[in-house]
Design a protein around this ligand. Structure first.
Ligand SMILES: C[S@@+](CC[C@H](N)C(=O)[O-])C[C@H]1O[C@@H](n2cnc3c(N)ncnc32)[C@H](O)[C@@H]1O
Length: 566
């Protein structure tokens, strides 16, 4: 028997449950949402995926507590449920309280608004788009088309559920949902975040310190949205509750999510930290994009073919002019402050693919022979190669001044490209603005290993498979980093840390390194009080662990994991 279910595993087996996203809400959570959403004995309530009635029961109790009579309370509550046995179980549970709500058995996406409700409440199914059948996928498209908010093919069913369910509200109505915490962070939920901010006048989010959903790995948040079609919101009331028993406690803080669709990760940091980060913008910190331009690395279209080691070059008999030096695919070798000619030589000696096949023309015999090998292996038919002319000319960009790693366990790192090699798309490039080039090459890689930038990476980046932190070029440009003025002011202190810093980085002792960089940067320059620095570090740790926990159970690649917290 699953948590909260009255059905046995024979009546409703785990795989079937999983395929419908059937995980039931703890009563305390359902009661909290019903108490918030239902404010009058006359409110009408819809539960669009009612499972075994937790929200129907909580709503009934709430209406009764507000003074509704039993018959009217029952008539005001409707549910929908895909799974007939669950709907039966729901009715049986309600019968124990002597009420009979109207439960429609069927797919909620098939329902069109027959009545408008004051309240829509529940915990919709979390089922990935990929595992839905084609008719359900069509419903997603229909909802997307009807509402005008795009729903990505990566979305989970809860996303269109929120939009479709909201369309059953009267103007001014309230939506109270349990949703996966990915609402705050994932890219595919950008349109839902935009939808909520645009269509509701007030939004509250409740997050929890502890795991509150028995049985499910999924971390959840509560969404309390009111004033449907009665205004829009630019501020979210945010409550961080410790656990289910203290759900109504905790202080609401104001969180301004900024541009539409932007992730809401910043809401997860305490108000004092958020205020400090805001104050640092223009006060000693700037964005990485202010130092220079972030570029995508070249997409070869087939790294096995286009990237070569020294032995390959000899055996194919290519000329030096037929290849260019590159940072080999991957980014592990760039976990250092600078990448030098010696580093490149070392990788070459290790047999790494540190060159790119890049002939000017197909003039030499050796080049022509290698092109024939490519054609014989249908490299020219690959998606990228097919689209360019000639197929073998990889569109590389100028060597950047620095590399920015973008798939990280702990945080992105900047590595200065002293070797002036080109980059493929396994790392981003950073080309400094002329006026900051010298300073940037000397000290920016080190200066970015401070607590504020490490936290900013969690806020701007996104959690990727296995709990890795990914930063796209646009996000890398938004990283909050020490400004040229601050780096210049802290020059002597940062220089004193450089050699030791490189060693700490090589030994992955990131926390000692961070502490030394913090000391060098913040010592009397920006006036970050010690207590606040601790809070900033704690916030990074909280977001870091949150991200890694989300990736638990999936394949995880570890690179830069700090050995201890402090
Ligand atoms: C996460 S469970 C929550 C159940 C209940 N709301 C609760 O909180 O205890 C999601 C429920 O949605 C149902 N469901 C899944 N897809 C549905 C759909 N397209 N229409 C209606 N119900 C659906 C599942 O059978 C499951 O009972």
């Amino acid at each position: 028997m699953a948590y909260g279910s009255t059905l046995t595993t024979t009546e409703d087996a785990a795989p079937a449950r999983k395929s419908r996203g059937a995980f039931f809400t703890p009563p305390k959570m359902a009661e909290y949402l019903a108490d918030w959403a239902i404010v009058s004995p006359e409110d009408t309530v819809l539960e669009p995926a009612c499972g075994e009635a937790e929200f129907l029961i909580a709503s009934y109790k709430r209406l009764m507590a507000l003074g509704a009579n039993p018959k009217e309370a029952a008539e005001r509550i409707s549910g929908c449920e895909l799974h007939a046995d669950s709907a039966q179980a729901a009715l049986a549970r309600c019968a124990e309280l002597s009420f009979e709500p109207l439960i429609h058995v069927g797919d909620f996406f098939e329902r069109r608004q027959e009545a408008a409700f004051d309240v829509v409440i529940g915990n919709p199914p979390y089922v990935r788009f990929q595992v839905l059948d084609s008719s359900q996928k069509d419903y997603f498209k229909e909802v997307s088309h009807r509402t005008g908010y795009a729903i990505s093919a990566l979305a989970s069913a809860w996303a269109p559920f929120v939009m479709h369910a909201a369309s059953f509200l009267i103007a001014g109505g309230r939506l109270a949902f349990v949703l996966p915490a990915e609402l705050l962070t994932v890219n595919y939920a950008a349109s839902i975040r935009t939808f909520l901010l645009s269509e509701f006048a007030n939004i509250t989010i409740v997050t929890f310190d502890k795991q509150v959903f028995p049985e499910v790995q999924e971390e959840v948040v509560l969404l309390l949205a009111s004033g449907y079609l009665s205004g829009s919101s630019d501020c979210i009331k945010w409550r961080q509750a410790s656990d289910l028993d203290r759900i109504g406690e905790g202080v609401d803080k104001d969180y301004y999510p900024g541009a539409n669709g932007k992730r809401w990760t910043g809401g997860l940091v305490p108000a004092a930290v958020a205020d400090a980060l805001n104050a640092l913008d223009g006060g000693g910190f700037c964005r990485l994009g202010d130092w220079g331009r972030i570029s995508l690395g070249a997409v070869s279209g087939n790294n096995d073919y286009f990237t070569l080691g020294a032995d390959d070059i000899t055996s194919i008999d290519l000329d030096d002019s037929d290849v260019v030096r590159i940072s080999p695919p991957g980014s592990k070798h760039l976990r250092k402050l600078a990448f030098t000619d010696e580093d490149h030589d070392r990788l070459v000696a290790q047999g790494k693919k540190a060159y790119l096949f890049y002939p000017e023309a197909a003039s030499s015999k050796a080049v022509r022979r290698y092109l024939e090998v490519g054609v014989a292996n249908q490299v020219d038919q690959g998606y990228k190669c097919r689209k360019r002319k000639p197929w073998w000319r990889v569109p590389i960009v100028e060597a950047p001044d620095a590399f920015v790693t973008y798939m990280n366990d702990y945080a992105p790192s900047i590595c200065i490209n002293h070797a002036r090699v080109r980059h493929l798309n396994s790392v981003h490039g950073l080309t400094f603005a002329d006026e900051y080039r010298d300073l940037g090459k000397q000290l920016l890689a080190l200066a970015c290993l401070n607590s504020v930038t490490l936290l900013s990476a969690e806020i701007e980046g996104r959690a990727y498979g296995g709990g890795l932190l990914k930063v796209e070029p646009r996000e890398a440009a938004r990283l909050q980093v020490p400004s040229p003025g601050l780096v210049e002011a802290a020059r002597d202190r940062l220089e004193a840390v450089l050699d030791n810093g490189a060693m700490l980085l090589a030994g992955s002792d990131l926390l000692s390194l961070r502490n030394q960089v913090d000391e060098a940067l913040f010592d009397g320059v920006t006036g970050i009080a010690d207590g606040l620095l601790e809070q900033i570090r704690d916030s990074k740790q909280v977001l870091y662990e949150r991200r890694r926990n989300r990736g638990k159970g999936r394949m995880r690649k570890r690179t830069h994991t700090p050995s201890s917290r402090r």
